[in-house]
Design a protein around this ligand. Sequence first.
Ligand code: GLC
Length: 803
Amino acid sequence: MKYGYFDDQNREYVITDPKTPVKWINYVGSLAFGGIVDHTGGALICKGDPALNRITKYIPQLPSSEFKGETLYLRSKQGHRYKVFSPYFVPTLDPYDLYECHVGLGYTRIVSEFYGIRTEVTIFVPLGDSRMISDIQMTNVSDHPMDIDAIPVVEYTHPDALKQFTNADWVPQTMQSKAYRDEAGMIILAQYPFMYKETRVNYFTSNRRVSSFESDRRRFLGDNQYGTWANPLSLQEEELSNCEALRGDNIAALLHHLGTIRPGETTRLITQLGQDESIEKALPLINRYRDAEQVERAFKEMAVFWDTYLSKLQVETPDASMNIMLNTHNPRQCHTTKNWSRYLSLYQLGLGARGIGFRDSSQDVMSILVSMPQEGKELIKKLLHVQKRDGSAMHQFNPLTMIANEGDSREVQDAPKYYGDDHLWIVLAITAYLKETGDLAFLDEVISYYEKDKDGHSLESGTVFDHVRRAIEFTQNNVGAHGLPLLGFADWNDTVNLPAGAESLFVANLYGKALLEMIELARHLGDAQAVAQYTAYYQTMKQRVNKHAWDGKWYVRYFDVDGSPVGSHSNTKGQIYANGQSWPVISGFAPPDRAKAALDAIYRRLNTRNGIKLSTPGYNRFDPAKGGITTYPPGAKENGGIFLHANPWVIIAETIIGNGDRAFEYCDQINPVAKNDRIDEFECEPYVYPQNILGDEHAQFGMARNSWLTGTASWTYQAATQYLLGIMPTYEGLQIGPCIPRKWDGFKVTREFRNAVYEIEVKNPGHVCKGVKSVKVDGRRIEGNVVAVFGDSKTHRVEVILG
Ligand code: GLC
C-alpha cells in the first residue's frame, strides 16, 4: 500500500503519493474525443485519431516532474511576490499537506492541500461530447481570508502529432491563437493551425470572468523561455499579456481573479477544452457547460453509463482480489482496449501509422460483447472493411481515414507482407458476437473488402459470412512444407520474423479453433455441406500438427524455412514457447496425454511467481535471421519475458483439461491487485494488467511496463468468466461449465444474456474442480448444462451443483 489503495465502494483506486515510480494514468472520453489524464493532471487529448488530430502536447519521455499537456496554477500574494503553486503537484513540486488522485470510471479527481487551500478537481469528458471538463473547487482550509487567482493552462500540439516532432519550422509557422469575447463578455481562446482555421478549432474557456490571457508559451514562461513551467515569470505580473499568438508554441492560459475566500468558504471554476468546426458552432454547448448544474448532470449520466456497463456481469467468488478485478477494473480495461486498441498510451504513443490493430481489436472486441454488443458489432464491421479479397487482413489502420497498412513488414525487404494470424481472429470475434446476441442476420450484411480503384471505390464486397469463409480459405491455401500454415511476416508473436516459407504452429492451432467455431456455426445454420467441409479441414490439420510438431516432450512453435524446429528441446535457446503448448489444447488438436504433458512442461519450465514466461531460455545475441525477438535482452518482452497476454491462454487450457487449481494459481499470480503490496518491484498501475513483466533471466525480474493497452485485458476476462467460472454464451443458451479451485465452496454470478438476467449460484459440496452434477432453473431441474434463452426481461435463478 505504498502509493495508494483500492476504494471498492466508489470503484476507484486512490493514489496518495504523487511520486509513483512511473506515471499512473486514467482514460477519459473515448477515441471519438478523449485520451489520457495522468495522476498529476497532465493530459494527452485527441479527437478521432491521436496521430492525425491530436490536441495537447504530452511528451511521455520527459521526466515525471515536467509539465505535460495541461496543468492548473493557483497563486496568492505574499508581500511583493506571488506564491505560485500547482494543486496537481507537477510542475511546481511544492510540499503538500494532502495529495490524492482518485482514478475513477471515466474520471480522475485530484484532491490536494497546499498552503491552506484544498483543491478538488474532477476531470472528465461528458458522454459522446467533444470537450474535457475540469470542475475545480477550491476551499480555504486556513484560519485567515485569502485572495486567490487561478490560472489553468494547456499546451497545444500540431494535430499531425508526428510532424510536431519532425518539423520545427513548418509547425510553429502555422500555429495560431485568437481570443473571442462572447455576448456575456466571456473569453474563449481558440487555437488552430492556419490550414484548419475554417474547418476545426480547439478552444479553451471557463465559466468565470477571465481577467487576462496568454497564448504564447515564450511570453508565459518569460525571459525567452529561461523562465520555467515550475516558475513561469509571467505569473509574477498582475496580468498576462493578452497576446494572440501568430505563430510559435501555442498555449492557452486563462487568468481568473477569484477574489477573497474566507476560511471554510469554497469557490468554483469550470474549464472546458474542446474542439469544434468553429467557435460559433461550439457556443451553445460551451454555454451549457458553463453551468455547474449541467456539469453535474453530465457527470451523473456518465456514472449511469458505467453502472450499466458493469452491471451486465457481476461475480461473487471466495477470492476478494478476483472480485475487485472482475467486477470493476478488468471490464473497465476491456472497455479501454476496445476503444484505443494499441494506439494511445504512455507506451504506444499514437504517432504515425500505428492505428487500430486488426488482430488486437478482433481480440479486444470479444470481452465487451456482454456489455455493449452493438458497439462490438460496429468495431467488427470496421475491421472487416480492411480485410482483403484473398481473405487475409491489413495489419492496422487509421480510424479517421480508414487507410490501412501492412504493419512492420513494410520495413523489411523481401518479407511476406501479411501476418499469418490476423484474419483468423475475426472469425473468433464474429462467432462470439453471434453467440452473445443471436443476431444471425449479421452474417448477411454486405461489407466491402479493402482493395479500391483509383477513385477510392471498393473493388468487391461480400457478406459477413463470405468474409469469414475467405479468412478460412486463406489459411487453408497458404501452407508450407509440412502442410502447416505459413508464418507470413509473423503470427501473434510479432517479433519472430523468420524467412518466407517458415511455418507457424500458432497459426495452425488458431486455425483449428476458428474451424471449431465454423463447424459449430454451420451446424447451427443447418448447413451440412459446410459442416463436412470444415470438419475435413480440421481433421487434416489436426493430423499434421500431431505428426510433425510433437518433439517427444512438447509441441514446437515454428518450423524454419529449412524445416528445422524453433521452440523444441533440441534448440539451445528458445526451447519452449508457452503458446506452443496452450494453443494445441485450445484447438482441441492435442490428445489428452500430450495436452497434459505440454501444460506440465509450462509449469516446470516457464512458470514464475510473477507469471508465465512466453519462452525460455532467452536468445542472448542479436540474430537477424530470427528477427525482433533477439533485439531484447534475455528476460525482456517476447524474449523470455512474462508477456502477460499469453498467460490467460494457459489458464483456459488448464480449465479445458480440468485443472482448476492450477488455472486459479495462474490467475492469482498475475492479478495486479496483489501487486499493490510489491509495488516497488512492479512499478506500474496496480489497477490494470500490463503487457509485459521482466522475466527471471533479467536482473529487474518483476518490473512491469506497457500498462493498459494489452490483449491481457480481454483474455483474462474471458478466461476467468467463461472458462474458470465457466459462464459461456452458446447459440442455444447460456452454458454453465465451471472449472474452479477444488477448495472453493462455490460462487455466484449475475449475468445478462439476450435480454434476461441469469442469477447463477454454483455449489461445490464435493470439492471438485470440474463436472456439473445438476442444474435447476427457476426451481426446475433441466437436462444438461445449457440454460435456455428466455429473452423476457426477467430474472431467472439458476442453481448448479458440481460433483
Ligand atoms: C503486442 C502487439 C500484439 C502482439 C503482441 C505479441 O502486444 O500489439 O499484436 O500480438 O505484441 O507480439
